[in-house]
Design a protein around this ligand. Structure first.
Ligand code: HEC
Ligand code: HEC
Length: 309
């Protein structure tokens, strides 16, 4: 296993110039659909007792996750896995930690049906929303077949496509502004490459484009024995594999890991160094990498400040 990571690290070091690319500043999406999706995303009627919206667990003013270990759904039920950010999720190869939804539209109906999240179902949601004359008008103006289950999840997915956070300090650096990072942040980026973090966290989302084992060099099993990708494929080799998470806006989304076990950036960088790189963390190096990670915070998506009509 160690050799395997070393080979990836060596190979990627040859290519590293192109391994991470900046987010586009002019994300393409259909604004009318996205604004409808924004309304749906914030609408608690998507849950059984009208108390929980998508935004209850994905706070859009605060990193797109909920800053607690496990989220709470209807009737104060506690979840089993940490809520990831919805920002930049359009660039992930699949959705959820185990990748069980192939895209944003396929993802959107799952929390609605999940008994410990929204505890409802698409038929119930459809009949509630159909009673709202405002929605009827809006859906009709966008979709030929007006309000349907499919169009509800389509609009939500379109909104999420607009949730892109461009122009982080690091993206400005990648675009050629070498002053965008200070000395410590640049050293952190160098260590991020040299220590092999970039072997798994790369691409436009600095993650989100492959599945990897947690604890590849030092066994890690969480308290709930979460099996990850195995739950989808049922293949032994996929046990404890998770979608490598995006590192964009990472300073806003503590706690970390699928089990929310790592409280802050120092803890998670120590963890990654030990479990994924197989190295004893060096305090100074960890500090520099943390400084680098803080340069990955982008701008608030424009759609957040656009109001309907
Ligand atoms: C009760 C809390 C809760 C609610 C409500 C909720 N989510 Fe989530 N969301 C989560 C958790 C927890 C996960 C991770 C689940 C997993 O991977 O098994 C998640 C995962 C996601 C992901 C995948 C992100 C990624 O990188 O894999 C997206 C997208 C998402 N939710 C969007 C939504 C939308 C849209 C709604 C409303 C229809 C919604 N969520 C409602 C807690 C919630
Ligand atoms: C072999 C692949 C691999 C390498 C190398 C690796 N990571 Fe990770 N990283 C992962 C996986 C997989 C996860 C998610 C694991 C989980 O949730 O159980 C993760 C999670 C993280 C997270 C938490 C993200 C979140 O939203 O919870 C951070 C931060 C992170 N890694 C940073 C780093 C840094 C810094 C390095 C280098 C010191 C590094 N990683 C090296 C695969 C890797």
């Amino acid at each position: 296993m160690r050799l395997y990571v070393l080979v990836i690290a060596l190979f990627t070091s040859l290519l590293q110039a192109d391994l991470i690319s900046p987010l586009p500043t002019d994300t393409k999406y259909d604004q009318k659909k996205a604004l409808l999706g924004k309304k749906l995303f914030n609408d608690p009627r998507l849950s059984a007792d009208d108390t929980i919206s998508c935004a209850s667990c994905h706070l859009l003013e605060d990193g797109g996750d909920d800053n607690i270990k496990f989220s709470f759904g209807i009737n104060a039920q506690e979840g089993v896995i940490n809520s990831p950010t919805v920002f930049n999720s359009r660039y992930n190869l699949s959705q959820f930690w185990d990748g069980r939804a192939q895209d944003l539209q396929a993802q959107a109906s799952q929390p609605i049906h999940n008994p410990i999240e929204m505890g409802s179902n698409m038929d119930e949601v459809l009949s509630k929303l159909k009673k709202d004359p405002e929605y009827s008008v809006e859906f009709k103006s966008i979709y030929k077949d007006a309000i349907t289950k499919e169009n509800i999840t389509d609009a939500i997915a379109e909104f999420e496509k607009a949730l892109v956070t461009p122009n982080s300090k690091f993206d400005q650096y990648l675009r050629g502004d070498k002053t965008a990072l200070n000395k410590e942040e640049k050293e952190g980026y160098k260590l991020f490459k040299e220590n092999g973090c970039i072997a798994c966290h790369n691409g436009i989302n600095i993650g989100g484009n492959l599945y990897q084992k947690v604890g590849i060099l030092k066994t890690y099993v969480d308290k709930k024995n979460t099996l990850g990708r195995y739950n989808v494929t049922k293949k032994e080799k996929d046990k404890y594999f998770f979608k490598v998470p995006t590192l964009r806006n990472i300073e806003l989304t503590a706690p970390y890991l699928h089990d929310g076990s790592q409280k802050n950036l120092f803890d998670i960088v120590n963890f990654m160094t030990l479990y994924q790189i197989g190295m004893v963390p060096d305090k100074e190096e960890v500090k520099k990498i943390v400084s680098f990670l803080k340069t990955l915070t982008g701008e608030t998506p424009k759609i957040m400040s656009i109001n309907e009509k």
